[in-house]
Design a protein around this ligand. Structure first.
Ligand code: ADP
Length: 281
C-alpha cells in the first residue's frame, strides 16, 4: 500500500505445520481522496488451491502424454532406420523386412490409439458424443472382437453368456469399453492368465463383467478409478497409459443410460462391470 500500486492475482503458498500447503491469491488496491492521497485500501484474499492443483494436474498429464507418445515414435524411428539401412545395402529381400514392417505397424497403432484417447476424452468433457445405435448380440460381438487376443501370450479369455441376449446400443463404443476392460486385465493383472467375460441379460437390461485374477486394487483407490487421468500407480513407471481408458468407458456407458463399476480386493483380482438398460419402447 505504501507504493500506491495495485496488486493483481498475486499468489502465495502457505504451509501450516500440521496441514498441506494451500494457495491464496491476493488482489489489492489503494483508495485515493480527491487530492490523490492514499486514504485506505481494499483487498481480497482468495483460496486458489483448486486452481493451482488443476494446473499441476494438467502439467503432469502433458508430461505423461508426451512420454507415452515418444515411446512408440522412438521404436517406429528405429524400425524405419533399419529398413532404410537394408534398402541401402540392397538387402531388401532380407528376412528382417517383414518383422520390421510388423514392428513399425505396431508402433503406429499405439500412437493412433493414444491420439484417439486424447481426442475422445475431449469429446466427453464437451458432451459431444453421438451414439449410432443398432440391435446386436453382445456375446457374438465380443467373441469376434476378442478373437485375436485369444492366441497371444498364453492368455485364456473365456466369454460366456447367451448369444440371444440382444442390446440396442452403439456397437463400436461398447466394443471399445470391453476391449479396454480386457486390455487392462492383460496389462495390470499379468500374473492372471485367465480372464473371464460374463454376459447376462434380463428384461430390464444387460450386464457384462470382466474378471481377472490379478493383484486387485486397494479399497481407498477404488472411488477414483473412473476419474480422468487417474492411475493407481502414481509413479507411472511400471505400466504405460494415460489414465483415460476408464474415464472414456464411463462416459460411453453413461451416455447409454447405464451404470459402470468395479469390485476389487488387494490380492484377489478385480471385476469391472457395466450394465445398460433394455431399450425403452
Ligand atoms: P490407463 O490404463 O491408460 O492408465 P485406465 O483408465 O484404463 O488408464 O485405468 C486407470 C487405472 O486403473 C490404471 O492406471 C490401473 O492402475 C488401474 N486398473 C485398471 N484396470 C485394472 C485391473 N484389471 N487390475 C488392476 N488395476 C487396474
Amino acid at each position: 500500500m505504501k507504493t500506491g500500486k495495485p496488486v493483481y492475482d498475486f499468489e502465495i503458498g502457505i504451509r501450516p505445520p500440521d496441514r498441506e500447503t494451500f494457495y491464496i491469491s491476493i488482489n489489492a488496491a489503494p483508495i485515493h481522496d480527491e487530492e490523490g492521497n492514499i486514504t485506505g485500501s481494499i483487498g481480497t484474499f482468495m483460496d486458489v488451491t483448486h486452481r493451482r492443483m488443476a494446473i499441476r494436474q494438467k502439467d503432469d498429464f502433458i508430461s505423461v502424454a508426451s512420454h507415452e507418445l515418444k515411446t512408440p515414435i522412438t521404436s517406429l524411428k528405429a524400425s524405419l532406420q533399419l529398413l532404410n539401412r537394408l534398402k541401402d545395402k540392397n538387402k531388401i529381400s532380407s528376412s528382417m523386412v517383414p518383422l520390421l514392417i510388423q514392428q513399425a505397424n505396431k508402433s503406429r497403432d499405439k500412437v493412433t490409439a493414444l491420439i484417439n484417447d486424447l481426442l475422445n476424452a475431449g469429446k466427453y468433457t464437451e458432451g459431444q458424443l453421438h451414439l449410432n445405435k443398432t440391435r446386436f448380440s453382445l456375446v457374438k460381438m465380443i467373441r469376434e472382437s476378442l478373437q485375436h487376443l485369444h492366441a497371444s501370450d498364453g492368455y485364456k479369455i473365456n466369454v460366456s453368456g447367451d448369444e440371444d441376449i440382444l442390446v440396442f446400443a452403439d456397437a463400436d463404443r461398447i466394443e471399445q469399453v470391453v476391449v479396454n476392460f480386457v486390455n487392462n486385465a492383460v496389462k495390470y493383472a499379468p500374473e492372471s492368465k485367465f480372464i473371464s467375460v460374463l454376459i447376462s441379460g434380463t428384461d430390464k437390461g444387460s450386464r457384462l463383467e470382466v474378471k481377472d485374477g490379478g493383484n486387485g486394487i486397494a479399497e481407498e483407490k477404488l472411488p477414483y478409478i473412473f476419474e480422468r487421468y487417474y492411475r493407481v500407480d502414481e509413479s507411472g513407471s511400471q505400466y504405460s497409459g494415460l489414465g483415460l481408458g476408464l474415464y472414456i468407458s464411463a462416459g460411453i456407458i453413461k451416455k447409454h443410460g447405464g451404470k459402470i463399476g468395479v469390485e476389487s480386493e488387494l490380492g484377489k483380482g478385480s471385476t469391472f462391470w457395466f450394465s445398460i438398460p433394455a431399450e425403452q419402447l
